[in-house]
Each structure stands twice: as structure tokens, then as C-alpha cells.
Design a protein around this ligand. Structure first.
Ligand SMILES: Cc1cc2nc3c(=O)[nH]c(=O)nc-3n(C[C@H](O)[C@H](O)[C@H](O)COP(=O)(O)OP(=O)(O)OC[C@H]3O[C@@H](n4cnc5c(N)ncnc54)[C@H](O)[C@@H]3O)c2cc1C
Length: 332
């Protein structure tokens, strides 16, 4: 009997960690709709500056997360970001947050740890899965280039609303999935002239429009050119989801100007806007993964446990543990 075949949808930290953990006992293929790996651990590269426009940094608290990243830490693919974190109030007052908990970032960008984890795995990029057809033990993934399969198991690590559309879970599981709530987030990527600078490295923001600002160039081993990443407030982003991009951009810039008038925003060399449709988890599932062992379909991702890179990893790895047991039972 050959190894069981498993298809994983999504090459973010959850999908890649799950695939890595299963790779010695199953024939695993990852299908990723984007051109590269990392999902919301994302980096936009421009000739004159780099922007981590998704996750800003991550924590490493869980021993299994630490063990999984040990080699990447040793090789310098992950480093600490020692910047002081500030808090900006709606009236523009800025104070130190005095939060000294270690913050980690990928080097040279946030995708790097996921790419390191995926080393040697079978990953098909630019391969959006349009639908899933078949039955337990004989699943097919439908894509623009045709069907892939048969697979014994399908796992989706796509955000909850996208997973709900793809996987034919039983009605009770679908109800649990429907209760998960995810917010959107608009992100501005601003390249300032070389002589300009944010007076600090990063700040949380309590403001109706904005929630975060950071100088990407303050992270280790980045292009030194001043490159700012600005996140909008999640609720504000949801309310402006379908607004014209220019209007969103202008409102965010207006808020930047009012909070930080010392910066010459009008002199910016480039300003790009990114819309994250499913950015953050407002209401998680409350359990580490979803699994339908009869249909042989399952799902994981940050939306199971919480709104963080580490939560996404823990979800992927918890599902991998349970799948190990199922695969061992099937072999016995
Ligand atoms: C703006 C922003 C700021 C954040 N800041 C932080 C932070 O500072 N610290 C922190 O810990 N976390 C932060 N997060 C959250 C963190 O990025 C996520 O929790 C984590 O990266 C989620 O990983 P994941 O693997 O669960 O999902 P994802 O990274 O979203 O991976 C899912 C993958 O599935 C792919 N996919 C979806 N549909 C399909 C399909 N049909 N076919 C094929 N592939 C598909 C997607 O392209 C994606 O690559 C932030 C997120 C955003 C958006």
C-alpha cells in the first residue's frame, strides 16, 4: 500500500506547518492561489523599498513553535525586532507602551520563515482551487488547469469564509464555521524621501480610522530607505470595504497627517494600498481545527484559535497530530 495522498489548500504558516509535520507519513501537495508562499505573512518588494504589509511581527511562546523555528532562528531567517513600541492616541499624543516582550520577524521579509518551513515540500503556487469534488478517499481539486487527484484527504487552511465555500462539511460543522467572524483591513505602503523619518519605529494607534504605523526599515536586515506600513482600523475597514480605493487611501492619509503632522506626507515618493478581505479574526472557532473523519476533510488556520501567527501554527500542528493518528489507524 502506498502512502496516503493529502491535498492542502493554502501555503500560509498553518498549511505549511501541517504539511511539514505530515510529510514523512503521507504524500502531501500544497495548492496556493498566490504567486508565493506565506499568506498573510507577506512582503511587498519594490525596487526602492520593502514592506511587510500583513503580519508585522510574531511571538514565539509555545515550545513546539520554538522547536519548529529553531533552525530558522539559528540561520538568521528569523530575528528579534528590538524597536520600542509606542501608543498613539486620537489627539496625536505618543507614549511608550513599555512592552518588552520579544517580537520576532522574518529576514529579509515576513514570508521567509514560511518559505524555510516549506523547503522540500511539494507546493503548487498560482493554483487557486475553485472547488472540491468526489468523496472520501477519492477527492479531486478543480483548478483552471484541470482537476488534481485523487486524494485520500483534503485539508483547507484558507480563511474560514473561503474554507466554508470549498469543503463539503456536514451541516453541524458548517454551522460552527459560519459563526467564525473575520475582519478586513486596509494597508497603506508609503515610501518617504530618504531624509524623512518617523520619530519612532512603530506605534499602535487608538483612532477611528487607523490602528498601526511602523517604519519597515527599522526591522533587521531591511532596505534602509524609509518605508512606512499603516494599517486601518478593522471596523473602519469593514465599513469601507467597497469604497473606491482612492477614497480609502485619501481618508487614511488625512488621518496620518492629523496624527503625525511633522512628516511631509505630500512628499511621499510612492503610496500603495492593499485590501485584506479576511485579515483578522474577530470571533474564532474556539477549537484547534475542524475534522470530518468520515468524509476525510479537515480545516485549520488562525481563525480556529485566534488572531496571530502563533495561533495559526498551533492549529496546523494540532490537526497534523490528529491526522497522524487517523493515518496510523487506517494502516493498522
Ligand atoms: C494586516 C494584518 C496584520 C497582522 N498583524 C499580525 C501581527 O502583527 N502579529 C501576528 O501574530 N499576526 C498578525 N496578523 C495575523 C497573521 O498574519 C495570521 O494570523 C496568520 O498569518 C494566518 O496564517 P494562516 O496560515 O492561518 O492563513 P493565511 O496566511 O491567510 O494562509 C492561507 C492561504 O490560503 C490561500 N488560499 C485561500 N483560498 C485559496 C484557494 N481557493 N486556493 C488556494 N489557496 C487559497 C491564501 O492565498 C493564503 O496563502 C496580521 C494579519 C494581517 C492581515
Amino acid at each position: 500500500m502506498g502512502q496516503p495522498k493529502i491535498a492542502v489548500i493554502g501555503a500560509g504558516i498553518a498549511g505549511v506547518s501541517l504539511a511539514r509535520s505530515l510529510a514523512d507519513r503521507a504524500d502531501v501537495t500544497i495548492f496556493e492561489k498566490s504567486r508565493g508562499l506565506g499568506g498573510r505573512m507577506a512582503t511587498r518588494r519594490r525596487p526602492d523599498g520593502h514592506f511587510d504589509h500583513g503580519a508585522q511581527y510574531f511571538t514565539i511562546r509555545d515550545p513546539r513553535f520554538h522547536a519548529a523555528l529553531e533552525e530558522a532562528l539559528e540561520r538568521g531567517v528569523i530575528e528579534t525586532w528590538d524597536a520600542d513600541l509606542m501608543q498613539t492616541e486620537a489627539d496625536g499624543t505618543v507614549q511608550s507602551l513599555d512592552d518588552r516582550s520579544p517580537r520576532f520577524v522574518g529576514v529579509p521579509g515576513m514570508t521567509a520563515p514560511v518559505r524555510a518551513q516549506a523547503d522540500g515540500l511539494a507546493v503548487l503556487c498560482s493554483m487557486p482551487v475553485q472547488s472540491v469534488e468526489g468523496e472520501a478517499g477519492a477527492w479531486y481539486l478543480m483548478t483552471e488547469t484541470g482537476p488534481f487527484g485523487p486524494f485520500d484527504w483534503i485539508v483547507s487552511s484558507a480563511p474560514a469564509p473561503q474554507t466554508a465555500k470549498l469543503l463539503p462539511f456536514a451541516p453541524s460543522v458548517r454551522q460552527a464555521l459560519a459563526r467564525v467572524d473575520m475582519n478586513s483591513c486596509f494597508t497603506l505602503m508609503i515610501r518617504l524621501p530618504d531624509e524623512a523619518a518617523l520619530p519612532f519605529a512603530a506605534s499602535r494607534i487608538r483612532h477611528p480610522v487607523l490602528s498601526w504605523i511602523a517604519a519597515n526599515n527599522s526591522k533587521p536586515d531591511r532596505n534602509p530607505a524609509p518605508a512606512l506600513v499603516v494599517h486601518a482600523d478593522n471596523g473602519w475597514s469593514d465599513r469601507h470595504l467597497d469604497a473606491p480605493p482612492e477614497a480609502v487611501r485619501d481618508l487614511m492619509l488625512e488621518a496620518c497627517q492629523s496624527l503625525y503632522p511633522m512628516i511631509g506626507w505630500q512628499d511621499a515618493l510612492s503610496i500603495d494600498l492593499h485590501r485584506w478581505r479576511y485579515a483578522n479574526v474577530a470571533r474564532p472557532l474556539g477549537q484547534p481545527f475542524l475534522l470530518d473523519s468520515e468524509r476525510q476533510i479537515a480545516a485549520c488556520g488562525d481563525w480556529c484559535l485566534g488572531n496571530r501567527v502563533e495561533a495559526a501554527f498551533l492549529s496546523g500542528i494540532a490537526l497534523a497530530d490528529t491526522l497522524h493518528t487517523h493515518l496510523a489507524e487506517a494502516r493498522a
